[in-house]
Ligand binder design. Structure first.
Ligand SMILES: Nc1ncnc2c1ncn2[C@@H]1O[C@H](COP(=O)(O)OP(=O)(O)OP(=O)(O)O)[C@@H](O)[C@H]1O
Ligand SMILES: Nc1ncnc2c1ncn2[C@@H]1O[C@H](COP(=O)(O)OP(=O)(O)OP(=O)(O)O)[C@@H](O)[C@H]1O
Ligand SMILES: [Mg+2]
Ligand SMILES: [Mg+2]
Lengths: 259, 259
């Protein structure tokens, strides 16, 4: 089982979209795939038509139970989507209160890692969608994953944010035994704007060794797919974004294949 | 002195862009204006060329001093921008740790409100740029402001998020004596996409009484302005976005004028 975390402290860069699109592709390619929503704003859960205010169980219950050393069956919070082999652990607003408690509860940073041990033989891939904020939830996702995917919008403000994000990751990573591999994915690329062209060139200069060689184009089909509540590959398998994400997935799988 | 908070738990909807553009316009129209960055990711501070990792003082110091009942001179953390009459209190990453402490420290939700008392005769308008997360920082901004501006991207996922945002605001607002006026501002509007047209129609149906009658168009000049580190009105006063934001500002000022 491979665990991939999709994170960036900058908001609106395509974290949820990347999680849904890669999740849909992995399931379509025949892999048993679980997406985990740990964003209290619950965009991923809403995407698949689940109303976070109505859900009885979510990732919040798993975090709390594990941190308070109570028994929990992670399988009980897993929901289906209309794509075969693609499952979801939804989020609720309760997650927003975990930071306040993290001062109080020992070992809260490893709750997700411990929870995933129960699922090792059930899924081939687990994708974790993170909130746009540095806190206990992001720390959990970084501690639990095998590799990190950082979507970065191809525009100026997002670049400044990336430096800081990497700075933070290095700080947080001291708790891990092995360094965490990460891949930077340029998103919202539009070759007609100077901002996209210059930003991509700068990413190539400054982050060559961790930068994916392609880019995700601006594609309104991604918004249409989210309105329809379908993964982009189900909605329109020939859209430019799905083709680009397929290339990304092929590269990511190649990088993480056990040799 | 009027305090306006710009907030939305959804990331990437145009909070920082709205703060910078309205701030630049207010200063150009002759008002003494202060922008306060309380996002640990510090996009607003980076926009004006300040590197959050190099700053000695920031909004974090003000929060901490006031909560620990130490004396602090808020004026000492104020920075200038190249626009006359437009000042900034920057953010640093230390803000990310405040949630963990909020369980411990009494009355942390009113730190910003108390800090702004020192500035009452110095500024006509204060604009607070919030992080995309529900926590102690957002609570401070909601408690300190006279009105709330909620940028909402004109696309499907953002609408779902708005319902939850309003739900949360109602919960948090119980601490206030008077109800908080709020204005929903449609952003990233592109009449060529179905997503924009349908979302705007839905906003008009569901949120008529709090929805601004106009919308902010997609405009790459906003990105170019952020690369140049200039407010949009300085960068290109005739851009479509600046004209739209000017209309918004005229409406907001009219709504909040004391009678
Ligand atoms: N390549 C793209 N082209 C066009 N629209 C896109 C693209 N990627 C994402 N979007 C749209 O942009 C919006 C923001 O994307 P998304 O919600 O995935 O970002 P996020 O990083 O998860 O945001 P948050 O920080 O709130 O979690 C969504 O409406 C999505 O449909
Ligand atoms: N109307 C617009 N047209 C085109 N680009 C825009 C528009 N508004 C904002 N942008 C760009 O979109 C990106 C996201 O905007 P911004 O950073 O202001 O959002 P935010 O809500 O503050 O994000 P965060 O949740 O990370 O704080 C920025 O690069 C900005 O330049
Ligand atoms: Mg998201
Ligand atoms: Mg912002």
């Amino acid at each position: 089982m491979e665990v991939w975390t999709i994170a960036n402290q900058k908001g609106g860069v395509g974290k949820t979209t990347t999680t849904v699109t890669l999740g849909g592709l992995l399931a379509a390619w025949g892999f048993r795939t679980l997406m985990i929503d740990i964003d209290p704003h619950a965009s991923l859960s809403s995407y698949f038509g689940y109303d976070p205010d109505q859900l009885e169980r979510s990732s919040f219950d798993v975090f709390l139970a594990i941190t308070e050393r109570r028994h929990v069956i992670v399988h009980d919070v897993i929901l289906e989507t209309q794509s075969e082999r693609l499952h979801l652990i939804p989020a609720t607003i309760g997650l927003a209160g975990l930071d306040r408690q993290s001062g109080r509860l020992e070992g809260m940073g490893l709750a997700l890692k411990k929870a995933l041990r129960q699922l090792i033989s059930d899924y081939d891939y687990v994708l974790v969608d993170c909130p746009p904020v540095l806190g206990i939830l992001l720390i959990n996702a970084l501690a639990a994953c095998d590799c990190l995917i950082i979507p970065v919008q191809t525009e100026f403000l997002a670049l400044k944010g990336l430096e800081r994000m990497l700075h933070i990751i290095n700080m947080v990573m001291r708790v891990r035994t092995a360094p965490l591999p990460y891949t930077i994915v340029p998103t919202f690329y539009d070759p007609r704007t100077r901002s996209s062209l210059e930003t991509l060139a700068q990413l190539q200069r400054d982050h060559q060794s961790h930068l994916w060689s392609g880019h995700i184009p601006v594609d309104t089909k991604l918004r249409d797919a989210s309105r329809a509540g379908m993964t982009p590959i189900l909605y329109d398998p020939n859209s430019r974004a799905v083709l680009a994400y397929s290339e990304l997935l092929a590269t990511l799988r190649h990088q993480t294949l056990p040799y």
